[in-house]
Design a binder for this molecule. Structure first.
Ligand SMILES: Nc1ncnc2c1ncn2[C@@H]1O[C@H](COP(=O)(O)OP(=O)(O)OP(=O)(O)O)[C@@H](O)[C@H]1O
Length: 461
């Protein structure tokens, strides 16, 4: 094949990669050399070559092979005056083994420096693998809605929740789904830390206009763990402008954080209020049913991985009862259990689980004390611990005290008289009254609900 013939051949790739990808990634590359099984392409930047190599080399190889070329290796290089620089040699065939994480977008054509790609998506984090239960059903429904990619109805979608409750999983699921439904959509997913890193890099390299252009040309922007930019003034400023520019163009934004926008300290008020403009939904701490559901799903996966390995009745229920911290810990426990059982070639029994997971179970057993609850609540409402226990009846003290009573009842196995004793020797009827008052208010007071959710998360880790 002549190098000129490549021009025709590459147009065939439109069918395989789509017009948008073709103009962005295929058109700018130039076939420079065909040497036996090796085809070498000139690319404008290192990043560009890397991107094409990772995402399109299979298609290019296929096309070359289909035209009768016996090529099995691609190389991409940035031309320099002296020696061409190899960027990265692509594998001759798709790598076997587990599905590769799908790399996300970078949206420019030729640039003369490294690009600004998004983060890698985890191929396992899909809607199919996300178990829905009461604590996450709202967040899941909102994520599904956004993933349908219809007209933007709420902007941004703000997902928040404690550590390991599935925020990142849902974000990735949205990105996968959007990409599957509309491959031409420019979806950029990255963590707030990466946003800052890219921003600082752009400042340093005097590439700030490129930075702005890339971030403002996406169709969907997803920023994970936005609390990270709290206290980082210029990053916040840039984030704010990016955010506004995209909202103005009616582009969907999806944000996650470990707490509600209003609770993120050192975040500018104007950003907080922007973040609250759309739909704010939280992932609540898991309940028993959800934990069991997740364990059942993962166990199913492991049964396929370790055929022949038996798991006794009641083991999953035992774990769901005992490991209440977060899903990541739960998953880790199950992974360890299966690995251990397959190593020793034994059935997974309750005894084996207790042995093998002793440390995790011990850590999970840590009992929350009423004193810890009082301290956290006092801190949250900015009152003195002594007032929490003392006799003052001022509302700004009495209400936090009732919140602490309510949480003590909810989160510890202590009886009302026991709780009363720890609240300065109050009678159990006073505690009951406090608990009821909070339950009543919860029906109407959304601020109180937010406070309770945050406190629960803080207390339960
Ligand atoms: N409902 C769920 N169904 C299935 N897996 C889940 C669910 N919730 C969480 N997980 C799993 O738990 C692990 C932790 O979830 P993820 O990373 O999404 O948490 P996160 O909320 O982003 O935590 P962090 O605050 O640490 O970033 C992942 O492996 C994820 O797949």
């Amino acid at each position: 094949m002549t190098i000129e013939a490549w021009g025709k051949l590459r147009e065939e790739l439109i069918k395989r990669v789509g017009r948008n990808n073709y103009t962005t990634w295929i058109e700018p590359i130039r076939l420079a050399e065909l040497r036996g099984p090796l085809a070498r392409f000139e690319v404008p930047t290192t990043f560009f070559g890397d991107w094409v190599s990772r995402n399109f080399s299979d298609h290019i190889l296929h096309q070359l092979n289909a035209s009768g070329q016996d090529v099995s290796r691609l190389e991409f290089f940035v031309p320099t005056v002296s020696q061409p620089r190899a960027v990265r040699a692509a594998a001759s065939a798709p790598a076997p083994g587990p599905a590769k994480p799908l790399p996300r977008l970078a949206q420019r054509r030729a640039a003369n420096d490294d690009e600004l790609p998004g983060a890698t998506l985890d191929a396992r984090f899909t809607f199919d693998s996300f178990v829905v239960g009461k604590p996450n059903e709202l967040a899941h429904a909102a994520a599904r809605r956004v993933a349908e990619g219809g007209p933007v109805t709420f902007n941004p979608l703000f997902l928040y929740g404690g550590v390991g409750l599935g925020k990142t999983h849902l974000m990735h699921a949205i990105a996968h789904e959007l990409q599957a439904r509309q491959p031409e959509l420019r979806v950029l997913y990255l963590s707030a830390e990466q946003f800052m890193y890219r921003f600082v890099q752009a400042l340093r390299d005097k590439q700030i206009m490129d930075f702005k252009e890339i971030f403002r040309s996406v169709d969907v922007l997803m920023v994970d763990d936005v609390q990270f930019i709290a206290g980082k003034d210029s990053t916040q400023e840039e984030f704010f402008h990016t955010f506004n520019a995209l909202v103005d163009q009616n582009k969907q934004i999806i944000i996650s954080a470990d707490r509600a926008p209003g609770e993120i300290k050192d975040l500018e008020d104007r950003i907080k209020s922007r973040l609250q403009c759309g739909l704010v939904v939280d992932l609540h701490p898991t309940d028993y049913e959800l934990r069991l559901g997740i364990l059942q799903q993962k166990a199913e996966f492991y049964r396929q991985q370790y055929p022949g390995l038996q798991i006794a009745n009641g083991v999953l229920a035992f774990l769901a009862h005992r490991i209440t911290t977060n899903v990541r810990v739960l998953e880790g426990a199950l992974t360890r259990l299966f690995a251990f059982a397959s190593l020793v070639g034994r059935e997974i029994t309750l005894e084996l689980a207790q042995d093998c997971l002793a440390d995790i179970l011990r850590a999970s057993d840590r009992k929350l004390t009423i004193e810890e609850i009082q301290r956290k609540v006092a801190e949250h409402y900015n009152i003195r611990l002594s007032d929490m226990i003392g006799p003052k009846r001022l509302r700004n003290i009495a209400r936090p005290r009732q919140v602490a009573m309510y949480l003590a009842k909810q989160l510890t196995p202590r009886s009302l008289p026991e709780i009363g004793r720890r609240f300065g020797g109050r009678d159990h009827t006073t505690i009951m009254h406090g608990v009821r008052k909070i339950e009543e208010l919860m029906a109407t007071d959304s601020q109180l609900n937010d406070d309770l959710n945050l406190l629960k998360r803080l207390l339960q880790g």
